[in-house]
Design a protein around this ligand. Structure first.
Ligand code: ZN
Ligand code: ZN
Length: 613
């Protein structure tokens, strides 16, 4: 007996020793990619990207990548589309419904198709993601990226396009699944920060959370308060600090296009993704089926997407505004089988309520916190509350600005409006935007928040000024607040200059000796003007487009570029026809409308005939 006990103790000791040796080796073996030993002036910086800005791949049950016809890995975001399966499921019900002008299994098929393509992102009862999705990770600095990794990372956040002092062995990118388990991803981010500290020898790092990435950082600050000591600076870029009302609306059943009066008259035109002619054409195409059939199929599709996919993901729940969370949680998470998910989302709800306090604590402890906000683009019109407050198309400004006060899009603050100074106590500061839309003093960080008027959230990466400002903040502490550098004022505009940068490169390749003296002079002047526009970090509306046109004209004249095509087929006519149909026939489909029309004609004819007698 004693012998046996001894053996067990010895065995346990052995296992413990082995385990600790392995652990010790693992941490000691953390590879170093820089020889600064943490002594250099740069802070290692981690970009925490936004929704869908990480690569997530579909794998089979053995963990092998699914490849497409060209041999490329297949993405799971936002969906995994196997076209043959989709067509196989929808084709027959669609044709039958079309022929009979009735719902012949179309609604059911719509729901199934949603499950077919988005089902890959459905999480289990503990909000764990599918084993058939793997996330591409980059556990080393940008200096170590292979070509495909550089392509992926810079494809999402093109900081490689602009000069920076920051060494690439101090730049990191945190890949995660946007539909992933939020708590797991937050823990991974915490471990990633510790790994970066180990790899670089620095004891403090910078975080750059973009959009959805801010929900991870909010959670991190709340769940792991010791991380405060690891931070030198946070640069929030259009952060989802308090979610997005798109999710708040969708999770509370406030979906604009399920109202057929809006679906057939305005929804597509206001969507911001189609030109007006195409939008009107889509409205007219809807009439190919009776309106009840269309709305029933749409309702089923949305219901499946929200119930079976989105509300199983705690990553999605972390994008629900705190004001919308309690009712949505009651609606989707009150059953016993959802208890585990609800415990997780309740925890995040607390972090969300504490977010401003947690950020204030950082500032009070000397961590520098900056924020970039975009405004004056209406929210995408998917949720019913889309035009009720200022937004950047994807997130309402109340969330990104941490509470600054805004007039709505297209409006200005009242004439007698007085700066609130909720968070600024310097009476010499003017935090009202020149366009009188924003009172930045009401936001949590009035002196370190930069505003970009008219900049659309989803086009942020194309705005060179935003990237240049972010790199400036990453590489040094020369910018302390919105008053530090006149080239980066608190209030700036929107622009997409990526194309102009490429045009100028092409223009510089032209040999001026092959041109007439006049053309050569114009080319030189156009290049000089473009470079001035690009170098100037104050965005002036229309300036980039004008410069693009001038450089393009030079390229065309020099014969290195074809003249841009004019227009093409115009669909503008539909912007007249679709509203006419709506006015005359409401939301009726063509078959119903023919019946209505025939009935009206018959009625008139019969009425006329009767009146003869
Ligand atoms: Zn260093
Ligand atoms: Zn101030």
């Amino acid at each position: 007996m004693k012998k046996a006990l001894k053996k067990i103790v010895a065995l346990c000791l052995c296992i413990a020793l082995l385990a600790s040796a392995t652990l010790f080796n693992a941490s000691a073996a953390e590879k170093k990619y820089t020889d600064c030993n943490g002594e250099c002036q740069y802070y290692p910086t981690i970009i925490v990207p936004g929704l869908g800005q990480s690569n997530t791949w579909v794998v089979d049950d053995n963990g092998d990548y699914i490849l497409d016809e060209e041999g490329n890995k297949v993405t799971s975001f936002p969906a995994y589309i196997e076209l043959d399966k989709v067509i196989g499921r929808i084709l027959v019900p669609a044709l039958l419904s079309l022929v009979t002008q009735k719902d012949v299994g179309l609604t059911e098929a719509a729901s199934d198709v949603i499950n077919l393509i988005f089902g890959i992102n459905t999480c289990d009862e503990n909000a764990k993601t599918s084993k058939n999705v793997v996330t591409e990770r980059y556990p080393y600095p940008a200096s170590e990226y292979q070509d495909f990794e550089a392509e992926e990372v810079f494809g999402h956040v093109p900081f490689n396009l602009y000069e920076t002092e920051q060494p690439y062995d101090h730049m990191y990118y945190f890949g995660y699944n946007s539909f992933g388990n939020h708590i797991d991803v937050v823990n991974e981010l915490y471990d990633f920060i510790q790994m970066v500290k180990e790899q670089t020898g620095h004891d403090k790092i910078n975080l750059v959370p973009l959009s959805q990435g801010a929900s991870l950082v909010s959670a991190l600050l709340d769940y792991k308060p010791d991380v405060h000591d690891d931070l030198h600076k946070i640069i929030f870029v259009v952060p989802a600090i308090d979610g997005s009302t798109i999710i708040g609306d969708v999770f509370n059943g406030r979906i604009s296009f399920l109202n057929k009066e809006y679906l057939y008259n305005g929804f597509f035109g206001e969507l911001g993704l189609l030109d007006k002619g195409t939008a009107a054409l889509v409205e007219m195409l809807l009439r190919i089926l009776p309106d009840e059939v269309i709305t029933s199929a749409l309702e089923a599709a949305v219901n499946t997407l929200v119930t079976d996919v989105m509300t199983t993901s705690t990553g999605m729940w972390a994008l629900c505004p705190s004001g919308d969370y309690p009712t949505a949680a009651e609606k989707y998470l009150s059953s016993p089988e959802k208890a585990s998910i609800k415990a997780q989302t309740d925890r995040y709800y607390q972090a969300q309520l504490n977010a401003h306090d947690n950020i204030q604590k950082l500032v009070d402890n000397g961590v520098q916190v900056f924020c970039f906000v975009e405004y004056n683009t209406p929210m995408i019109n998917v949720g019913e509350t889309w035009n009720s407050q200022n937004a950047d198309y994807i997130i309402q400004t109340d969330s990104t600005s941490m509470g600054a006060h805004f007039a709505n899009v297209g409006e200005t603050l009242p004439e007698d409006y007085v700066q609130q100074n909720t968070h600024c106590d310097d009476p010499t500061h003017n935090h009202i935007s020149p366009d009188r839309v924003v009172d930045a003093s009401a936001g949590l960080l009035p002196d370190t928040t930069f505003y970009f008027e008219g900049q659309r959230h989803d086009l942020t990466a194309r705005n060179d000024v935003i990237l240049k400002l972010a790199l400036n903040l990453i590489e040094s502490d020369r910018i302390q607040d919105v008053y530090s550098l006149p080239e980066f004022p608190q209030f700036n505009g929107a622009r997409s200059s990526e194309k102009l940068v490429i045009l100028v490169e092409d223009a510089k390749k032209i040999d001026p000796s092959t041109l007439s003296a006049e053309d050569a002079a114009e080319l030189a002047a156009a290049i000089a003007e473009a470079e001035k526009v690009i170098d100037n970090t104050i965005a002036i509306e229309g300036e980039v487009e004008a410069s693009e046109a001038r450089v393009t004209a030079c390229l065309v004249k020099a014969g290195v570029m074809e003249a841009p095509e004019e227009g093409g087929v115009s669909l503008d006519i539909f912007t007249q026809i679709s509203p006419w149909f709506y006015e005359k026939f409401g939301t009726e489909g063509y078959s119903e409308l023919i019946i209505t029309f025939t009935a009206k004609v018959l009625n008139t004819v019969v009425g006329t005939i009767i009146s003869f007698f």
